[in-house]
Design a protein. Sequence first.
Length: 256
Amino acid sequence: MTFIIEYLIPFIFGTIVGSFLNVCIFRLPKKQSIVSPFSYCPNCHKPIKFYHNIPILSFLFLGGKCSNCREPISYRYPVVELLAGLLSLALFLKFGLSLSYFVYLTFSASLLVITFIDIDHQIIPDVITLPGIILGFTVSLFLPGMTFMDSIIGIAAGGGGLFLVAMGYHLLTKREGMGVGDIKLISMIGAFLGIKGVILTIFLGSLFGSSVGLAVMIKEKRDRRYAVPFGPFLTIGALIFLFWGEIIVRRYLYLG
Ligand SMILES: [Zn+2]
């Protein structure tokens, strides 16, 4: 029974959230409504029956194909559902059934949506980051371990810090390194995680981003301007801070 409550329910809840995130990832860049119509097959446009819309399981049961037109369904759908399920489980184990759990689940779910939209379209939608900044600031008034000052400084330092990094990069290379979307994203991360979260996220994001960017350049002999989107690496940095930030800050950055 304990197993069901502690592991299974948070995981299943996360996969259901993930199912909705797939809708957001697919529809937000097209400026379509995320609430109606219900899920439909992108190929034959036939509505998906509710019993064919069970996170992860339906994909496996249907062999990764649409039940109507048999067109293959992207493996991305179950992957997003699985990631959201695991995030929900990890957050539940860390925070228990609390306000922190729901706030950080909303936060990491937004980061997942941003990551996949950034990978697909190289944009980071304002409709997530701008309300995200406001939400992060608002909940900082209620969350244990956060203060509204920390949130405000996080928003300003994140946006300002990344703006300086972007300017420096532009001056050195005469190229566009990151977009305005990345700057709003790091402000949103700052709103939720505060100044320490921003510092570690920019540090880790740049580290991962430049490593992968360099690897892609060497492998494909491509120019740096086609390098990888930055959003996914900021997401990874922010999630690492969310789970292990306090330990890392205390041990390595001497900020705490
Ligand atoms: Zn279909």
